[in-house]
Design a protein around this ligand. Structure first.
Ligand code: RNT
Ligand code: ZN
Length: 418
């Protein structure tokens, strides 16, 4: 049986439970995911030689890490030949591309330092998102940036944030679509602080100063990512959940929720609906925390499916900006990207293929027995036949066939990098 024939059969089965597979596939085509550039080089960036700091960590030493912009772009190209749909690329400020012999520090960055990325994005039909980089830098003093009591340090990072807004607006204007700019700072303390409020007050003031510059709010969507702990900042983070949500709501910017940034039994999927009642838009970093904020590759697992369901069932595809955030250096990095991207898309398709109205109605009528039964039966519907059909119609390899391309690329390109 061909992929198409299998699809036609699946379509009939889904029809019986009131699900229109053609409509689902059509909707999936329009869901764009923001793919993080930092999986390709273990969050190193191009503007410094030092180690990764900020309480985040990449583990593993699989060969083939991208060492410069050219290699990173080539790797990203490979990914997008294996992932269906049209997406965005998420850059960090540390990925500025300087001319031979040129260098400016992060507070002096300008749009021109990202011109090559814009050219690349245009050529590949990608949108761009952006992040100021508040880690892996000599101006992170005592682990603090925007909350630093040292005014010189704090002002340096405020200028960095402002520079990044200008760069984000340049991205939006060049590419004709909004740019999401996410602020995350690693600031915090290893042990119990004596004063929890002053660093947060300084962070608040720093954000106010960053946002005080004139920029187009339709073009640049600024968001703020919270975090509960990091390596070396186990006891206190300045940008906690409460800080972030309150700040975002108060200032009309977006909150960003990262799956690894909550207490271990909390799940982002359960938070989305509450956020949607108070925020026009929000952003996500979908990642997989294993026992801690480990940033493992996104799988087609229960929580990823649940997140996609919340987005689809609440009609929030246009209100929730989904980005990925993982970095695994223990496996082929391109494969990691492809697995994560395809899994996020599968999760969306899975959500689009469930009889959402019917399930909601069952809950409304307190028919919990039937609700459980149906939710469980749906799990064994021929979802894969629809996914494979989607891949085929999008011109990317079906099932595991994409992996041969990874193997060939590893042999021809990655293995030659030392
Ligand atoms: C860190 C945050 C943040 C980073 C990226 C590289 O815990 O999740 O989003 O992963 O900015
Ligand atoms: Zn994140």
């Amino acid at each position: 049986m061909t992929v198409k024939e299998r699809y036609e059969e699946a379509k009939e089965l889904y029809k019986r439970i009131g699900v229109d597979t053609d409509a689902a596939v059509k909707q999936l085509k329009d869901i764009s995911i923001s793919m993080h550039c930092w999986q390709g080089d273990d969050v190193k960036g191009f503007d410094h030689d030092g180690p990764l700091s900020g309480g985040i960590q990449t583990t593993g030493n699989y060969p083939g890490r991208a060492r410069d912009a050219k290699e990173l772009m080539a790797d990203i190209d490979k990914v997008f030949t294996l992932v269906p749909g049209k997406h965005k690329l998420n850059l960090h400020a540390s990925y500025a591309i300087f001319e031979e012999g040129e260098f400016v520090d992060r507070d002096q960055l300008e749009p021109k330092h990202f011109k090559k990325w814009v050219e690349y994005a245009k050529e590949k039909g990608l949108g761009l998102d952006f992040n100021p980089t508040y880690f892996s830098h000599h101006m992170v003093k005592e682990g603090l940036t925007l909350s630093s009591p040292d005014e010189e340090v704090r002002q340096f990072w405020i200028r960095h944030g402002q520079a990044c807004i200008r760069i984000s607006q340049y991205f939006a204007e060049e590419l004709g679509q909004p740019c999401l700019m996410n602020i995350w700072i690693p600031d915090g303390y290893k042990d119990i602080p004596a004063d929890r409020i002053s660093p947060r007050a300084r962070f608040k003031d720093s954000l106010d100063q960053i946002l005080s510059i004139d920029y187009d709010k339709e073009k640049v969507l600024v968001c703020l990512e919270s975090k509960v702990f990091g390596i070396g900042v186990e006891s206190y983070t300045v940008g906690s959940n409460e800080f972030t949500i309150n700040y975002a709501l108060n200032k009309g910017i977006l909150p960003l929720m990262d799956c690894g940034h909550y207490h271990p039994t909390e799940v982002v999927s359960d938070k989305i609906s509450s956020m949607l009642l108070f925020h026009d838009k929000m952003a996500l970093h979908v990642t997989r925390p294993v026992r801690w904020d480990s940033d493992h590759v996104v799988l087609f697992d229960d929580e990823t499916k649940e997140i996609a369901k919340e987005i689809v069932r609440n009609n929030a595809i246009d209100r929730i900006l989904v980005g990925l955030d993982f970095f695994d250096a223990s496996i082929n990095r391109i494969s990691a990207w492809v697995v994560g991207m395809r899994n996020m898309q599968k999760a969306f398709l899975y959500a689009l293929l469930s009889p959402n109205e019917k399930l909601a109605q069952l809950q409304m009528n307190s028919e919990f027995t039937e609700l459980m039964m149906l939710q469980e039966e749906i799990k064994l519907y021929p979802f894969a036949d629809v996914w494979n059909y989607f891949c085929e119609t999008e011109g990317v390899p079906v099932r595991e066939d994409w992996f041969q391309e990874i193997q060939a690329y590893e042999k021809e390109v990655l293995s030659k990098r030392s």
